[in-house]
Design a protein around this ligand. Structure first.
Ligand SMILES: NC(=O)c1ccc[n+]([C@@H]2O[C@H](COP(=O)([O-])OP(=O)(O)OC[C@H]3O[C@@H](n4cnc5c(N)ncnc54)[C@H](OP(=O)(O)O)[C@@H]3O)[C@@H](O)[C@H]2O)c1
Length: 309
């Protein structure tokens, strides 16, 4: 498994991250322990979660798993997110009070004394960068959070926030899969009069690469916004056929090739996998050892239905 350096202390973390948004489906501590065991066995040493996943139930179940298995928490770089409010309705809150209260809640549910990183989950149009800085400083100085990042931010938003922060933003977690490529499409279709030329993200990949910020791809197996998995989907016959052929060349699953496709994007790129199946964790993790050739990467991009100018 390939590693990258992440965070203030330069921790070595795996390029494949285990995302735990869906673990409430697993219901028991034993099932979550098996999932984490598969991650450990595969060289995955980073976990991603958020306070809002199933309204805290995902963190609660992970926390009970840590409690029941002494030593387990210390094996992982643990990342959570805050800033999405679900009650009394859905909105975003980057106020100092909300950020600090959210972290206190996460630590309580996770039965741990610190997060290795905390991400601001989705941009809050009312963000006051100085206030966010105060919240981050309080959390860092109290030892409750070691490093900070963002999610679903564009470069202008990262710049605005970074200017006020004492800490470097370590990552931007964004949606990216072979079937969700607006960030890549725009980079090919510069100055063209077509839909893919519309730059919807402001150049996230280029900005992150230039500033050493890790790009963490979420929903690497989905098309659309949680519309479903493209593996085995009859709408993606050509893609599946290419993935299957390349998978057999490497002796891995097509899922691993889809993850490897994301990891081939230059820079500090990570893939957050969201499976709840230990066997699929192990097969997906093989992506961390694969570097697709340029031809393979382009063939997969085209087979997903994209065109090049
Ligand atoms: N920052 C953000 O805004 C944001 C948003 C969404 C998610 N995330 C993070 O990203 C993580 C991953 O997101 P995600 O769960 O949407 O990712 P995903 O890995 O694209 O999707 C996981 C889902 O796809 C299924 N799946 C995966 N591989 C499959 C295959 N080969 N065949 C059939 N089904 C397959 C899984 O089923 P099984 O469980 O049965 O394998 C699971 O239901 C989350 O856990 C969370 O940590 C972040």
């Amino acid at each position: 498994m390939k590693n990258i350096e992440l965070g203030r202390a330069g921790d070595k973390v795996s390029t494949v991250i285990l995302g735990l948004m869906r673990i409430p489906q697993l219901e028991t501590v034993e099932n979550v322990r098996s999932l984490l065991g598969a991650a450990e066995e595969s060289g995955i040493n980073m976990l991603d979660i958020a306070d809002c996943y199933s309204k805290g139930k995902a963190e609660e179940l992970l926390g009970r798993t840590f409690e029941a298995n002494p030593g387990l928490r210390g094996k992982f770089f643990l990342q959570s997110k805050c800033g999405i409010v679900k009650d009394p309705f859905y909105f975003f809150d980057f106020s100092k009070k909300h950020i600090i209260d959210a972290v206190e809640g996460s630590l309580r549910r996770l039965r741990t004394d610190h997060l290795d990183s905390l991400l601001l989950h989705r941009p809050d149009a009312l963000m006051d960068p100085e206030e966010v800085c105060e919240a981050f400083n309080t959390l860092r100085e109290s030892g409750k959070v070691r490093s900070f990042g963002v999610s679903n931010f564009n470069p202008a938003q990262m710049r605005l926030l970074q200017n006020a922060l004492d800490d470097a933003i370590i990552c931007d977690q964004v949606q990216l899969s072979v079937c969700h490529t607006p960030m890549i499409d725009a980079s090919f279709n510069v100055n063209m009069d077509n839909d893919p030329s519309v730059m919807r993200d402001g150049g996230v990949l280029e900005y992150c690469r230039q500033h050493g910020i890790a790009v963490q791809a979420w929903s690497v197996m989905q098309h659309g916004f949680f519309k479903g998995v493209f593996i085995g989907d009859p709408h993606y016959l050509r893609l599946n056929s290419v993935l299957d052929r390349i998978a057999s060349e490497y002796g891995v699953s097509s899922t691993a090739i889809a993850v490897a496709w994301v990891l081939r994007i230059p820079g500090k790129t990570q893939a957050v996998i969201g499976t709840t199946k230990p066997e699929r964790v192990k097969s997906s993790a093989k992506a961390g050892d694969i570097k697709l050739t340029r031809e393979q990467w382009y063939e997969i991009y085209l087979a997903a239905g994209n065109d090049l100018p």
